[in-house]
Design a protein. Sequence first.
Length: 201
Amino acid sequence: MPAARESLLDAAYTALARRPWSAVRMVDVASAAGVSRQTLYNEFGSKEGLARALVRREADGYLAGVERALATHSDARERLTATAEWTASTARENALVRAMLTGCWSERLPSPTLSAVPSSSAVPAQRRADGPLPSPGDFVAMVRDRAVAVLSGPGVHKADTAELARSCELVVRLALSCVAAPPGEGGVKDLVRTALPRQSA
């Protein structure tokens, strides 16, 4: 039931914007999605399962945005700048993404354990959600590695790839610092362009 699952996740996300996760009721999520409470439990198993699925979806959405940012320009430096801007703006707008990227979970949010939990779900998407969730360090590594894969072409020497990896990680960490302390005039773009030597990207 992919459509019902997405509707339930949308309803849970909307409910979370209005009240703390502890006050979000499963019956209200089901009602807002236009499905029965039994359908909700069939999809997610429990409120914890719903929380894990919601966190997994937001993580996937953030990483899909990274892919789009890396594909926006032909210039490597601009691709990394777009990735940093996406990271900072998404974390600013989405409390779950901000918590995942920083590891700072407020009492308003669900805070599922990052390690895998036992899953008896017959729903493949839920089995994936019940698996390990990415830590802040995992996100840094995933974005860095994806950027390196996109930006390094055939014939790139190992030393050049190592330097590229350092530049990509620097950009990700700089973007995360902008989540914690928003930059002033010029924003993330100016910071990244200043920090990245033109020849390294």
